[in-house]
Every structure is written in structure tokens, then in C-alpha cells.
Design a protein around this ligand. Structure first.
Ligand code: NAG
Ligand code: NAG
Ligand code: NAG
Ligand code: NAG
Ligand code: NAG
Ligand code: NAG
Length: 463
């Protein structure tokens, strides 16, 4: 509770603040949580004038808190506690060696006023053409060039209040690209855990150009009809682990990316070494896990296991197109349970979106080494729609031990549609297309050695 800025205040104000500060911490000392690092310095948002009445803006309180607490980065780090209440806020920035902890009855309410979101330049791996007006609103919680940041809580809530953003986006009324809920750029060692994220204006969690990222125990909910409310988007990131998340959304539950066309190729930063475990996804209009379509920096070594998808458009969807360059290589998925799906396997070589009219149509993506095994699906419309690119087939596809129960009404085209692909299958029902010959009893690869992110140990911290 020793915050130097208070020392310059009048003694009376100081003592009142201290009492309020102490009161806000009392009763929380017994609360423990797990984090990559515990912090020496502790404060509450009320110490910085925060008011949790759902009406008062806390943007300045959060900015002030982070500015003050950033002074402890090299002295054991700091923790900012958000008590029960509704804390209306605009965009604020994070700092290094910092923990933001939301009480289970704390709700961060995202401001719906565009003026509360600074405008940031376009992402270098996507280029300016993708952003209307050449800019994008900063995320509600934003961090760049940081190390060691924890956003956690006992299932506290961040409510993006996205409805007007979805509406204004659809009506073309927004000047810039919508804000995401949490974006972390150029950073290392990030934990986002045990939070509930509601109704984001756009994507929910967007780590980009970063490494060593843990997303755990996070519930993400947005209406099916909301626009582009992707759950978690690892984008040009190395060593990411997504575990025990429950996502209901209007777009992909997890969307793995790495930049778009010539901008992504020039930036050249892949997403690699990604683990996704124990994810439950409900998304009738999109994928459980999408790879692409922005994958121009490459996607390599993705491991997903113990995934449940219900009433979701597709399980794993690989999306790419000519001009995109890059690659999707070494993808391993096992133990998926699915119920009521349009597609189980879906690969699309002619996805529409592109960065600019001058991207190069001869820049072809490489899709290679895609392994699926040990899956059961029920009430499926299309078992597999696997369509590569003319003159650029998708290769080394392997599917084993997969049982797909088809929906009562069969499709005329049959359960599989394949073109420009090469691979093998074993023990797959219904019988796959001829481009994926049945090799009998065989098992597709899934690497057994752990990734470095699995060795990350969490400490038991107290509030
Ligand atoms: C999240 O909460 C669960 C259940 O309360 C707990 O087991 C887990 O350790 C927590 N994870 C983190 C990273 O805080
Ligand atoms: C957060 O940081 C970014 C990049 O440094 C900056 O443009 C933005 O204005 C900052 N936001 C706030 C609320 O200070
Ligand atoms: C953040 O890191 C990137 C990549 O290293 C660098 O280009 C950029 O200048 C840094 N920004 C700040 C504000 O330090
Ligand atoms: C967290 O809260 C959400 C929304 O209220 C709820 O659906 C979810 O089950 C809760 N998670 C845990 C671990 O309590
Ligand atoms: C099967 O899927 C269809 C949609 O394709 C859905 O309307 C129906 O309720 C599902 N049946 C079962 C038994 O879940
Ligand atoms: C096939 O997959 C199921 C899960 O869908 C699993 O229980 C079973 O052990 C697998 N069989 C083999 C031979 O690996």
C-alpha cells in the first residue's frame, strides 16, 4: 500500500485514502490464485479514484493506476485489484510485471463511446487497406512491448457491450476497425485466466507478435449473430497454450493467424508451437479451430486435443487462397467429440478476402502435414470438404480412427468432396473420397514430446 504519489497529498486526504484502500483489501487476503509470478506491491482501483457504480468513467483511474504501478516493474512488480462492482471504462494500457485481478463480482463495462478508444495504426502484417480509415480503435485492454503480465480473477467479467459496435459496423458507420477486448502486442510471458468475457465489439483475445502466452479457464460468450466475435486469435505468436476454455460465439472459437498477403509475407512472423486443450466450442456459423485465412507469415506445429464442439459449423477449418503465400504445416488434432456439425473436416483453397489489388496471384500457400485422429461426430451434414488449389495441392493429409454419424437427410454430393489434395486414411467412417485411400489399420501422428509452454509453472499468489 505504499504508493509514493500519495506522499505529496494533504495528510488528511492521505489518511482517508489509506483507510479506503485498506478496507478495499480487507476480506480479500485469504483469496489465492495461480499466476506466472506473484507481486510485491498491491493496490485497488479504488485507491486511484475508481467508482464501481456502472456510470462513472474509470478510464482515468485505470490509466493512473497503471502509470503509478509501472514504477514497481523492477521492484517485485504490482497487482491491481478490482473489487465487486460495475466499472465502466474506456481503453487503458497495461504495464510489465503487472497483474490485474478481477473479483468474481467485478464487471469491467466497456465504454460504448468511440472517443474512449485511441486510434492505433494498422498492424504491419495486415497492411492499411484492411482498416477503414487506415486505423483501428485500441482494444479495451491494450498492451505493447511488455513482459510478464497477468489478467486473471475468480471468474470476474469483462463486458464488451458490443451491440452498438456490431450494428454500426454492419451499417458501415464506423470510422475505424472495431476494438478487440484484449490485445497484447510485441510481448512475452502473458497469462489470461479465469475470466468471463462477454459481448466483445470484435475479437476477444488477440495476442500478436508475442511469445509464451497462456490462456486458461476463460469463458467467452457472444450472441451467434454478433459480428466477428472470434474467441481467441493467436496471431504471429510462438509458444501459446489455450486450456480449459468455454467459448460460445458468432465467429471462430479459436482462429490462428499470421498476417495477410504481401504484408504478412514481408513481416514473416509465423504462429508456431500452439497447444489447444479441453476447449468446448459452440458456434453455428463458424469453426471450432480455424487456421487462416490470414496465414501469410506461416502456421506451424499446432496441437489440439480433447476438444468438444456442439452445434458448430466446422471442426478444424483451413482457409487460404492464391496470393496468400505462407504455409500451414504440422497440424495435429486428436480426441474431438462433435455433435450437430455442418462439416467435420473443411479445407478451403479459394477463400475470398485479400489485402490489396496488387498482391501477387502467383504467391501460393503450402498446406502440408495435417493429421486428424480419434474423433467421433454425430449428426453431420458433410464429413469432409477438402479442396486444395489447382496446381497447388494440399499434401500429407492423414485421418485415422474417425467415426462420423451423418444427419438423417443425406447430401446428393455424398459425405466427402475432395479436389487437389493428397493423403491417406485408416478406420474412417463413412468411407473417404478416393484421393484419401484407406490404408487399413494405421495411426496418424501426434507428437508426444511436450512443448516449452507446458513446462511453465504457476505460483500460488495471494491478493
Ligand atoms: C482457474 O480456476 C480453476 C478453478 O477454480 C483453478 O483450478 C485453476 O488453477 C485456475 N487457473 C488459473 C491459471 O488461475
Ligand atoms: C496505449 O499505448 C498506445 C501505444 O503506445 C498509445 O497509442 C495509446 O494512446 C495508449 N492508450 C492510452 C489510453 O494511453
Ligand atoms: C515495440 O517492439 C517493436 C518490435 O521489437 C518495435 O519495433 C517497436 O518500436 C517497439 N515499440 C515501443 C513503443 O517500444
Ligand atoms: C464463470 O462465469 C460464467 C458466466 O457467468 C459461467 O458460465 C461459468 O460457468 C463460470 N465459470 C466458472 C468456472 O465458475
Ligand atoms: C441434427 O442437426 C440438425 C441441423 O443440421 C438439427 O436441426 C437437429 O436438431 C439435429 N438433431 C439432433 C438429434 O441433434
Ligand atoms: C479411436 O478413437 C476413440 C475416441 O474417439 C478412442 O476411444 C479409441 O481408443 C481410439 N482407438 C484407437 C485404436 O486408438
Amino acid at each position: 500500500m505504499e504508493l509514493p504519489w500519495r506522499i505529496h497529498m494533504k495528510a488528511q486526504t492521505l489518511s482517508i485514502l489509506l483507510v479506503v484502500g485498506v478496507l478495499s483489501i480487507i476480506g480479500t487476503e485469504s483469496i489465492e490464485y495461480k499466476a506466472i509470478n506473484c507481486r510485491k506491491h498491491k493496490a485497488s482501483i479504488t485507491d486511484f479514484g475508481g467508482v464501481g457504480d456502472g456510470k462513472t468513467s474509470n478510464t482515468k483511474a485505470f490509466q493512473k493506476a497503471v502509470n503509478e504501478l509501472s514504477k514497481y516493474a523492477n521492484d517485485g512488480g504490482s497487482q491491481l485489484y478490482v473489487p465487486p462492482g460495475k466499472w465502466l471504462t474506456g481503453s487503458f494500457n497495461l504495464t510489465s510485471h503487472f497483474t490485474l485481478y478481477l473479483h468474481k463480482d467485478a464487471v469491467l463495462l466497456a465504454s460504448q463511446d468511440t472517443a474512449d478508444y485511441p486510434v492505433l495504426p494498422s498492424l504491419p502484417s495486415y497492411g492499411p487497406e484492411r482498416d477503414p480509415g487506415g486505423g483501428r480503435y485500441a482494444s479495451l485492454i491494450f498492451g505493447t512491448n511488455l513482459t510478464d503480465v497477468v489478467l486473471t480473477g475468480d471468474n470476474g467479467t469483462i463486458d464488451g457491450q458490443g451491440a452498438p459496435w456490431w450494428k454500426n459496423f454492419r451499417e458501415g458507420k464506423l470510422k475505424y476497425t472495431r476494438p478487440v477486448l484484449i490485445e497484447i502486442m510485441y510481448s512475452d510471458l502473458i497469462q489470461i485466466s479465469n475470466l468471463t468475457l462477454l459481448d466483445s465489439p470484435m475479437w476477444n483475445i488477440h495476442p500478436i507478435y508475442s511469445s509464451n502466452i497462456l490462456v486458461q479457464g476463460t469463458t467467452i460468450i457472444a450472441p451467434f449473430e454478433s459480428a466477428n466475435t472470434d474467441g481467441i486469435n493467436p496471431d504471429s505468436c510462438a509458444n501459446t497454450k489455450i486450456e480449459d476454455c468455454y467459448i460460445v460465439s458468432g465467429d471462430d472459437c479459436v482462429a490462428v493467424k499470421s498476417g495477410l498477403d504481401e504484408y504478412g509475407i514481408a513481416f514473416g512472423m509465423p504462429t508456431k508451437h500452439l497447444v489447444i486443450r479441453r476447449l468446448t466450442c459452440i458456434s453455428p456459423r463458424s469453426a471450432t479451430i480455424a487456421l487462416g485465412s490470414e496465414m501469410s507469415g506461416g502456421i506451424q506445429d499446432v496441437r489440439a486435443e480433447d476438444i468438444t464442439a456442439i452445434q458448430t459449423e466446422s471442426a478444424v477449418r483451413i482457409k487460404t487462397s492464391i496470393r496468400r503465400g505462407g504455409y500451414v504445416k504440422d497440424v495435429y488434432v486428436r480426441r474431438m467429440t462433435m455433435k450437430t456439425m455442418k462439416y467435420v473436416f473443411w479445407m478451403v483453397g479459394d477463400y475470398g478476402m485479400r489485402a490489396s489489388s496488387h498482391s501477387d496471384p502467383s504467391t501460393l500457400p503450402v498446406i502440408q502435414g495435417i493429421n486428424y485422429r480419434d474423433m467421433v461426430a454425430d449428426n453431420v451434414t458433410v464429413a469432409g470438404s477438402l479442396e486444395g488449389i489447382d496446381g497447388d495441392p494440399f499434401t500429407k493429409i492423414c485421418i485415422s480412427n474417425v467415426t462420423i454419424g451423418m444427419a438423417a437427410k443425406p447430401r446428393k454430393k455424398g459425405p466427402w468432396v475432395c479436389s487437389n489434395i493428397e493423403g491417406i486414411t485408416g478406420g474412417v467412417t463413412p468411407r473417404p473420397c478416393n484421393l484419401l485411400p484407406d490404408k487399413g489399420s494405421m495411426t496418424c501422428e501426434f507428437p508426444e514430446e511436450k512443448l516449452p509452454i507446458d513446462a511453465l509453472e504457476l505460483q500460488l499468489c495471494s491478493l
